[in-house]
Design a protein around this ligand. Sequence first.
Ligand code: AMP
Ligand code: MG
Length: 316
Amino acid sequence: MPQLTTDLDLACARLRAGQLLALPTETVYGLAADARNLAAVAQVFALKGRPSSNPLIVHLAAAAQAADWATDISPAARRLMARFWPGPLTLVLPARHDVPREITAGQDSVALRVPAHPLARQLLERFGGALVAPSANRYMSISPTSSAHVQQQFADSDLLILEGGECQVGLESTIVGLLPGEPPRLLREGMLAPASIEQVLGEALQRGVEGSVRAPGQHHRHYAPGTPSWRFHQAPPEEALADPQCGWLWCGNARPSAGPALDLGDNPDEYAQGLYAALYRLDNLGLQRLLIQSPPAHAAWAAIHDRLSRASTALD
Ligand code: AMP
Ligand code: MG
């Protein structure tokens, strides 16, 4: 069973010894390893069951460290770092030649982020180097937003978990690609709104996967509960409301149901913060199915729609 700690010295010693550590960030809990220790990085892939074709994000204590990893850092990239770091924004930049290609999945670009969670920041400062830290869950399963979720994911390991409470953002970071000769590109939706990024860039973000930047790992099926899950836009199916083996996740105005229900409300930030915890709770009930009410088709819900579309199948 994984152990919990709040001891930063112990956490740091583990990382220096090439061991893994689960750590809180403001987005989700990460499975951290010393980014310069390839044996430790390999353990991250192995423990998660993550394919080596899915690159890792390098977490830094401060923007000044970006030059240790990336070259050709454009003025636009510097403006985004200055405005949004520490915070839930990942930048994909040209990788230096000495960046291990195990981290970048063979690509000549590297993804960088400075997390905002106070414990992650203190740990990174104390550690001095950089940490890879993909979400601390088994490949394709629900990202953890509390230490209890991490314990559930890796119940049969002796992983050390830095206890940092519940993650404030609750969804993975927004990812933006900034490569020379290419327009800036939104590679993954997150709770940091593309419009605020565009304001700092002074130009529109391209969408989709053209150009040389690839964002592997955006699988169609991801973040998925084990319980078969569907989402609906229109009215909920009446027969499901009467089924005690059907669980519900609402975004405001929950209807009475025979099965267990959670209502995350109609505020996108609060919904995002609670989404994965709600999915863990409902999934752990061992029901026959889950029905998820789709939130409004509004830009503020874009990242949530993205995750729900990977976690569930559309009913209507
Ligand atoms: P996570 O699993 O939340 O740590 O996020 C990792 C994701 O970041 C990957 O699945 C990719 O989509 C993206 N990513 C990481 N490194 C790169 C890179 N060098 N180029 C493009 N996308 C990347
Ligand atoms: Mg993940």
